[in-house]
Design a protein around this ligand. Structure first.
Ligand SMILES: Nc1ncnc2c1ncn2[C@@H]1O[C@H](COP(=O)(O)OP(=O)(O)OP(=O)(O)O)[C@@H](O)[C@H]1O
Ligand code: NI
Length: 318
């Protein structure tokens, strides 16, 4: 039964933590947790947004899934792709084929290779060449783009090439790490619309962004990241009414959206690794109580069909 259920999940992340090892004064090694005890699932046909501030660990999560974490980091916990463990070796095989990353930086393009060659990945058969032209066209790039080197592309064109390259082999899971900066609102929306189309075709999309408003234009579910933890997982529909949201930080994010009054959130997120116990949001939370600081590990609770990591979720309506 459990196995059957797993099969319907494209990506299943369980209790994943990512650490960096930092050397202090040359010899003392310190484990610096950036992502802590993360759970996340992506199902076929679903767009799941991960929303978090700069430095909250979003790109590391993407790199962890793809097995391309930096050498000085370590991952704990479990990841499954279509019910089978997603080991580093398996991720390497699936990468670029079944699992595609749209990276945050355009530097991921090979500067010495023409766009067409990068998209075709060395294949020259008719079907690949046709597909290459099709995906470029889909993102508003003419066939002449194939003969250009990355330095000849504008920022917006390079972004679109990255996206075209990711969907070239019709992946099952698309991990889009801030895919639209530098694009105007119309172009960004069109790209997000393509993600929805890919999901309609049965793929799962993990959309990573710092922009809650943008996430809500497309996501079915939103996981909110705060200092390396998921503090809430909500349905996009929950954001229609802040009363339906569960965590004080999510409510504050909602009020900070330009359409909801642009209310600034006081203070700043703690730097990863500086929170040793208690709720990481405690320092910024207006509903903070003694137990929020003294409880070592705040458990995740299920409320109204969503998840929240807060001791007093119903009292955050301040
Ligand atoms: N190679 C590394 N060594 C040590 N620390 C790192 C390394 N890479 C990232 N970090 C730290 O991990 C944290 C999370 O980084 P990450 O790039 O995942 O953030 P992010 O949420 O993607 O931010 P942004 O929105 O700015 O892209 C940051 O505080 C960063 O300083
Ligand atoms: Ni990032």
């Amino acid at each position: 039964m459990e196995k059957e259920k797993n099969r319907e999940t494209i990506l299943d992340i369980r209790h994943v933590s990512i650490y960096f090892t930092r050397y202090e004064r040359g010899i003392r090694r310190r484990k610096l947790p950036v992502i802590r005890d993360l759970d996340l699932r992506v199902h076929p046909g679903e767009v799941v947004a991960v929303v978090g501030a700069s430095g909250s660990g979003k790109s590391l999560l993407a790199h962890g899934i793809l097995g391309i974490l930096p050498y000085n980091s370590r991952m704990e916990g479990e990841m499954f792709y279509r019910g089978e463990p997603l080991t580093k070796e398996r991720a390497e095989k699936l990468r670029g084929r079944q699992i595609a990353l749209i990276p945050q930086g355009v530097t991921y393009l090979d500067p010495l290779m023409k766009v067409g060659e990068q998209l075709c990945r060395g294949r020259k058969d008719e079907e690949t060449v046709r597909r290459c032209r099709e995906v470029l066209d889909r993102y508003g790039l003419g066939p002449e783009t194939e003969g250009l080197y990355p330095f000849e592309l504008s920022g917006g064109m390079a972004r679109r090439v990255l996206i075209a390259s990711a969907v070239m082999d019709k992946p099952d899971l698309i991990i889009a790490d801030e895919p639209t900066p530098g694009l105007d609102v119309g172009a960004a929306r069109r790209i997000l619309g393509h993600f929805r189309e890919l999901a309609r075709g049965g793929a799962g999309v993990l959309f990573i962004t710092h922009d809650l408003g943008l996430a809500l234009t497309i996501a079915d579910r939103v996981a909110v990241f705060y200092a390396g933890e998921t503090i809430e997982e909500a349905l996009a529909a929950d954001f229609e009414d802040p009363e339906r949201l569960r965590h004080p930080f999510t409510k504050a994010l909602f009020r900070a959206m330009p359409v909801h009054g642009f209310a600034p959130i006081q203070g700043s997120q703690p730097y990863p690794g500086t929170v040793s116990s208690g709720c990481p949001f405690a320092g910024q939370c207006q509903a903070c109580q003694e137990a929020c600081v003294s409880t070592e590990h705040i458990p995740v609770r299920q409320i109204r069909g969503g998840l929240v990591r807060c001791l007093y979720p119903e009292e955050g309506n301040v």
